[in-house]
Design a protein around this ligand. Sequence first.
Ligand SMILES: *[C@@H]1O[C@H](CO)[C@@H](O)[C@H](O)[C@H]1NC(C)=O
Ligand SMILES: *[C@@H]1O[C@H](CO)[C@@H](O)[C@H](O)[C@H]1NC(C)=O
Ligand SMILES: *[C@@H]1O[C@H](CO)[C@@H](O)[C@H](O)[C@H]1NC(C)=O
Ligand SMILES: *[C@@H]1O[C@H](CO)[C@@H](O)[C@H](O)[C@H]1NC(C)=O
Ligand SMILES: *[C@@H]1O[C@H](CO)[C@@H](O)[C@H](O)[C@H]1NC(C)=O
Ligand SMILES: *[C@@H]1O[C@H](CO)[C@@H](O)[C@H](O)[C@H]1NC(C)=O
Length: 600
Amino acid sequence: MLIRPSLDLPSSGASHWFLVFMAVVFLVGSGWSCPFRCKCLLQEKVVLCNSRNLTAVPARIPPDSEFLDLSQNVLRTLHQGMFSRLQALKELDLSSNIISNIEQGAFNGLQKIMTLRLAGNKLKMVADGVFTGLPNLSTLDLSENKILIFLDHSFKDLFSLGNLDIRDNPLVLISSQAFRGLQNLRQLALQKCNFTSLPTEALSHLHHLAKLHLKVLHLRVLHNYSFRKLHQLKILEINQWPFLTTLEPHSLSGLNLTSLYIIKCSLRDVPYKAIKHLAHLRFLDLSYNPISMIRGRKLLDLSRLQEFHLTGGQLTTIQANAFEGLIHFRLLNVSANNLQTLEERVFHSVGNLEVLRLDKNPLACDCRLLWIIKRRQRLNFESQLPICATSSEEGEKLFHKFSSALPHHFTCRKSKIENKTLQKVIVNEGEQANLTCNSDGDPPPRISWVNPQNITLDSTRKGRTTVLSDGTLKIQYALPEDSGLYRCVASNVAGNDSMVASLHVFVPWFNQSLVWNDSSLRNKTGISSLFFINTSIWLGILVIGIVPFLCSVLVCFLFIFLCSKGRGNVTHQVIEAEPRSSRGYKAILSKRRTAPRKPR
Ligand SMILES: *[C@@H]1O[C@H](CO)[C@@H](O)[C@H](O)[C@H]1NC(C)=O
Ligand SMILES: *[C@@H]1O[C@H](CO)[C@@H](O)[C@H](O)[C@H]1NC(C)=O
Ligand SMILES: *[C@@H]1O[C@H](CO)[C@@H](O)[C@H](O)[C@H]1NC(C)=O
Ligand SMILES: *[C@@H]1O[C@H](CO)[C@@H](O)[C@H](O)[C@H]1NC(C)=O
Ligand SMILES: *[C@@H]1O[C@H](CO)[C@@H](O)[C@H](O)[C@H]1NC(C)=O
Ligand SMILES: *[C@@H]1O[C@H](CO)[C@@H](O)[C@H](O)[C@H]1NC(C)=O
């Protein structure tokens, strides 16, 4: 108030110089002077001494200053009682100096200080008690220092501290009691720290924490119960953890968040289990994670969810009913993914949907997107209208801007199977069987096969039986029990078509006696080794069998030969000996009758 006249001095007259003199005398007398090289806004009680190459705090700073800017100088040490004269100070900016040492009591007397900035210095540690006696301090910025460790009670007595910034320190440890007493801390940021695990214990003392930002950490797993006793936490940001692949099922247990960001990590799936209990969650951002699918009916419990963001991911599918149960859902941001479509049935109801970001996706213009065309007046695309491409009948790409698109551009063609004459496939056991199913439709139909056991097989299935991308059912190493009727079903949003094919697996006669039902033999190596055994057995049988066979044939021939040689004589003898032999027989008989008596 007294300064005004001196600033508004008329430009001439000796009385003016007298006034100036008086003002200066008054200001010096009352301690009001602006230090050499600084700039003072006396009325605002602001002293700006930034970027002046100062190596020490200038003398004669007006003691009723409320804001002192000493940033971007070359201060090295803060001595005890250095600021004790400046008892009115509310904000002190010491950032971007080379401060490596803060003596105990350096901030003595700063009873009113609310903001203290020490960012961008060379602090290695914070000695116990450095910040004691600052009952009004509400913001403390210690970011971009070289602090490795916070010991127990580093921040004791900072009852009013609401915002602590310790980002960009190569912290390896925050001792379990370090944050004890920070009963008003609302916001905490940890960034570029070298933790091997989260300082769960230290964080558990921050009972009033509302926002926690955890950026650029190198953790791979967020373990069960990582956040304990943080009952007031509303906003959790996990950002740029390039190795984070896993959130254990209970990692977020105990939290009652309204906003959750897990962005720029390496999650491959939405962490459904970990977020399931967050019944008050309104905002979920999973952008820049390699997530390819949002599954159906998995977010049911997040009944208050309003916004879902997953931009810059690898989404190819948002399954039907993905957002079922989300009756307040109003914003979907899936810009820059690989989505070909977004069906109306993914939403609980599109009635509440206000904002839709679907741009930068390879969309297919067909009836699945018709609902967007119909609602485009009511939807906010944030002036990023989706663009889709369809192949025309001639095969060229047609691009439709949604603004100019007409409903007749968005049509579907029912699935149709091209050749429906019964396909009969016969293969030998152990061979590969292919049943083809050519279909057409727009969008291209999904093919599934129903096997003779009534089990549906589709392209998600791995194993001996697979459905190829062109719809062919491939059965490797066909087995007799694979025989039967197979039904191919082609389906798209516009309708289904089906066709039947028959498979007969032919069993060579020599294999029929072998036991095929042994399931351990139904794998590749099993089958091939069995076949190997079979061939060797048969080779063995052939090699071993041929020798006795030839021998017996030889013996037979020899026998026949011998027989045939002796045949003539025998007949002669028989003829000639006929009378003799009958007589001889009688003689033998008579001899036999008499013979037993002989010994007696
Ligand atoms: C912290 O981690 C970074 C990157 O992993 C590394 O370059 C740096 O040397 C580490 N610092 C300390 C103090 O361990
Ligand atoms: C985390 O909790 C889940 C569910 O209780 C449990 O299956 C899993 O083993 C836990 N993980 C660890 C590392 O204890
Ligand atoms: C969770 O937070 C909401 C407000 O976001 C509050 O209404 C609700 O009572 C809290 N629930 C629990 C169990 O603390
Ligand atoms: C949707 O995502 C894009 C790309 O990340 C972003 O620029 C835009 O702000 C987001 N929209 C909303 C409403 O968050
Ligand atoms: C197509 O088949 C599926 C099951 O495979 C069925 O749910 C759907 O209703 C069918 N659609 C039409 C148009 O027949
Ligand atoms: C596959 O067959 C081999 C050889 O008979 C056997 O060692 C293996 O355990 C079988 N594997 C399965 C999954 O049945």
